[in-house]
Write a new protein. Structure first.
Length: 867
């Protein structure tokens, strides 16, 4: 069967001017974007939701809701959460959504503020405000680009051209574009009406819907660093402000409110009784908690200081009031809490996921509302007794991705606020699932990872802040491994024996699957499958004492180990030279050993500013001594510069591959870089906002965004000819078969002058999983059971085009009509244009007769076979 199927890779191109063979005389340029536009990404899940801090609904359409994920963009449901669809992909510049509001007077008008204001260690910076006038079908950027985290946006109840936005500003350093902003022309212009200083920003703005001249705003100072959380400042600056003239001027409120320090604030007005206003306030001691005013903010009293409501207030701290009952108050914290007596007492309401972020009530039907949490967004129609699923929205935040050598190969990664997870690259029934949306399972380790399998996939190593878990897939046995028994929670990092970071390196040697590495501030290695461990390096970090403290200032300490600084963050072991190991730290240094850990050398690039996080290191598989690093520095001092470097001499010298003018924009912080293992100089890079490719070893970068939504690309693997990526907000994606990029990387001409057929790569035919009923917009995508044939046409090409597929004797067994600028399906009659095309050889092919089941996309015999 192998030889019989293999004949379909022999093809010719039939153009209007005659027959062109695969030996076209003039190859195309490798640096023209349109030459690879037929390539596309596919999302493979998981469908388990990620963190959501922005929600809204449509008052007149009780089952229509919007959600904004913290890295996954804008989604919409019109069936009360039964299914969700992304509605702004390709139209917004960031996946981080901080706020959404729908005009009550014209529900087609939707405002969005980007940048989640629930700032944590993996926070993604915003890129301004957006507006839709057609219920989310199209979006327009409307300013506030440097507003950072726009955590609150509100629309006037009767005039959709008037809106207010609360901009926290940059979460990493001072800037001027923060405070409360107002537009009266639909976002064409904005006026900053409340500004305190370059460090105090707007967290929330809320409007009295019965009297829109009356507004309240919460201002506070909030920043994240690699080693600290700043949440709060002087109460003379932060606090609650009120406007009685539509947000034109503001007065600071103080009677009964915390002094002299105040932190994060959330505010809601009782819609049925606007004199009553509630606020959740972060403050020292018993000053923090739920506050209430019954005289439109003139005086306040603390009605509940329970620790249950105040858990991690720098992260949670959200309050909402039932629109028809001023005594029904809800507080979102670790759990969801409800009060029916004005906040005096609370009961806990079960939700599909913990770490709760907010509620939007339908004003006419308060039993119907949407609630958000760190697992997604869920809808209730019975006041919180039952909820829609969060397993239908692939907005998971992943820190990294590993792969194995099984078929189909599996993807492994740690999902923030959930667990580690495994998904298949192709949904064969042998994986154990017969519905695409079910195709994932949990694995070893915890939400922060890392995770890495042995090549055969029989053992999965997972990390969790210093603890290791070895999971045997065959036996189901899980074994815990501690390099050193220590409690890291609540301790200064300087007092901990081993400084394991939140995202801990775990690494299986490519030379021996029983050799495993884990990293704290030193590198640990086991050569006996994790039974015994040895330290094989000195401290490989910058290790500045002033950064080795428990984070959380000036009010709330964070004892969860989020900000352990001066730790190893990345490593790679050379696959072509035993004993060469590269290590990068989350505070800047890069080290290498060439003798298997006996000696180490600091090889940090001399022009790299200190304090950056070495996101990844990639040891070349094509040349000894070569390695690449990507450094992410804006957590240190709001430095958005992309830093990608290459060394060809074991770190003695480095070449910076990003200057802000060679393809990757100067405000795209870099997350990952890797070299193609088969084509030297072909590089791939993921940034905070996109994906890029270089054909000349980093001399020039080109966007390879294609259909990938704007979301941070946290890691990538080049595996079996596929590009495999993890994202911080849209789960895992795969670009199948990058052989066209590899072939284009070897072409030298400046422009194509003739049609060029690219050599098809090997393809495995598989049996697809069952459909399982209606598919939602968030279900995983899987490749066509087909052999794609790639070609490039010269600029301005016109006329018809078809591909003729011949057997080894030259007999034409199949003719496929093809388009020129996108994938063409069998029988397509579209006229091609210049650029790249991809024609899948599918349908009832003629190689073995029109009804040969072996040629019909895997619908015949089960299993997999080479094509």
């Amino acid at each position: 069967m192998r030889s019989r199927i293999a004949v379909i890779v022999i093809a010719t191109v039939l153009a209007a001017s005659g027959v062109l063979t695969s030996r076209a005389q003039t190859p195309p340029a490798a640096n023209e974007t349109h030459n690879w536009q037929a390539l596309r990404w596919r999302n493979v899940g998981p469908t388990r939701g990620g963190r959501v801090t922005a929600i809204a609904g449509v008052r007149s359409q009780p089952c229509t809701f919007y959600q904004g994920a913290t890295g996954g963009g804008i989604w919409k449901t019109e069936n009360c959460g039964d299914s969700w669809t992304p509605i702004a992909d390709g139209q917004i510049a960031t996946g981080s959504i901080g706020s959404i509001d729908v005009s009550e007077s014209n529900p087609n008008v939707v405002y969005v503020g980007t940048g989640s204001a629930a700032i944590r260690s993996n926070v993604i910076i915003g890129r301004g405000a957006y507006k839709s006038v057609d219920a989310g079908r199209t979006w327009q950027m409307i300013g506030l680009r440097d507003g950072g985290q726009i955590g609150s946006i509100r629309v006037h109840p009767s005039n959709p051209d008037i809106a207010w936005a609360a901009a926290l500003g940059s979460p990493f350093g001072p800037n001027a574009e923060r405070g409360i902003f107002k537009t009266i022309d639909g976002g064409n212009t904005w006026k900053k009406t409340l500004f305190v200083n370059n460090e105090t920003g707007g967290r929330v703005v809320t409007v009295n819907m019965a009297n829109p001249n009356e507004l309240y705003a919460g201002m506070y100072k909030g920043f994240r660093k690699g080693w600290d959380i700043v949440s709060g400042g002087p109460a003379t600056e932060g606090g609650i402000y009120k406007s009685v003239d539509g947000g034109e001027t503001w007065k600071k409120l103080s009677s009964g409110l915390p002094q002299p320090i105040i932190g994060k604030i959330d505010i809601d007005i009782a819609r049925s009784q606007p004199n009553t206003v509630y606020a959740m306030i972060e403050a020292p001691g018993d000053q923090g908690g739920l506050y209430r005013s019954d005289d439109t903010g003139a005086t306040w009293r603390n009605v509940n200081a329970s620790g249950n409501l105040r858990s991690r207030p720098f992260y949670f701290n959200y309050v909402e009031v039932d629109p028809k009952n001023p005594e029904d108050v809800w507080v979102n914290a670790l759990s969801l809490h409800k009060s029916t007596d004005g906040g005096k007492s609370f009961t806990t309401v079960s939700t599909p996921h913990g770490d709760n972020m907010g509620i939007w009530f339908n004003p006419d039907m308060p039993e119907t509302f949407i609630q958000s949490n760190d697992g997604g967004a869920n809808v209730t129609r019975d006041g919180g007794r039952t909820w829609s699923s969060i397993l239908n929205q692939p907005t998971g935040e992943f820190y990294m991705v590993s792969v194995d050598e099984q078929h189909p190969y599996l993807l492994y990664g740690p999902q923030q606020d959930n667990s580690t997870i495994v998904v298949p690259s192709v949904p064969t029934v042998s994986f154990g699932f017969d519905h695409p949306a079910q195709a994932w399972t949990q694995a070893s380790g915890c939400e922060t990872g890392g995770i890495m399998p042995t090549p055969d996939g029989k053992v999965i190593w997972g990390a969790c802040k210093g603890e290791l878990e070895r999971f045997s897939v065959e036996t189901g046995q899980s074994q815990g491994r501690w390099i050193y028994p220590q409690n890291r929670y609540g301790h200064h990092p300087r007092d901990i024996k081993y400084r394991f970071p939140r995202q801990t390196v775990v690494y299986v040697s490519p030379h021996d699957p029983k050799t495993v590495y884990q990293a704290s501030h030193v590198l640990h290695r086991s050569t006996d499958d994790g039974v015994t461990w040895h330290v094989i390096s000195p401290d490989l970090t910058w290790n500045q004492p002033r950064y080795q403290v428990v984070p959380g200032n000036p009010i709330t300490r964070d004892v969860t180990g989020e900000e352990v600084f001066s730790s190893i963050y990345s490593m790679d072991e050379s696959r072509i030279e035993r004993g060469v190991i590269w290590v990068g730290a989350n505070d800047g240094p890069v080290h290498v050993t060439r003798d298997n850990g006996q000696t180490w050398k600091n090889v940090t690039p001399k022009d790299l500013p200190p304090g950056g996080r070495v996101q990844n290191i990639d040891a070349s598989r094509t040349q000894r001594g070569r390695a690449y690093i990507a450094v992410y520095r804006f957590l240190f001092e709001h430095d958005l510069t992309p830093y990608i470097y290459r060394t060809d001499d074991y770190g003695a010298t480095w070449t910076k591959l990003t200057d802000g003018n060679n393809g990757i924009p100067n405000d795209h912080p870099t997350r990952v870089v890797r070299e193609d293992p088969e084509r030297a100089g072909l590089l791939y890079a993921g940034t905070e906002f996109g994906f890029f490719v270089s054909f000349d070893n980093g001399g020039r970068w080109h966007s390879l965004q294609q259909n990938l939504p704007a979301t941070p690309v946290t890691d990538l693997r080049v595996h079996r000819g596929d590009l495999v990526i993890s994202t911080m907000g849209r789960a895992f994606w795969i670009m199948d078969d990058v052989s066209p990029l590899r072939q284009m990387a070897s072409l030298k001409t400046t422009a194509p002058t003739a049609a060029t057929l690219l050599q098809p790569a090997a393809r495995i035919r598989y049996r697809a999983a069952a459909g399982g009923g209606r598919r939602g917009g968030g279900d995983p995508e899987y490749p066509q059971v087909a052999l794609p044939i790639d070609y490039i046409l010269p600029e301005g090409f016109t006329g018809g085009l078809s591909l003729e597929i011949a057997d080894s004797s030259g007999r034409v067994v199949r003719t496929v009509a093809a388009g020129g600028a996108a994938r063409a399906s069998t029988g397509s009659g579209q006229a091609p244009a210049g650029g790249a095309g991809r024609a899948p050889a599918t349908g009832s092919g003629q190689a073995g007769g029109p009804d040969d089941p072996e040629m019909r996309g895997g619908r015949g015999r089960g299993g997999a076979a080479p094509a």
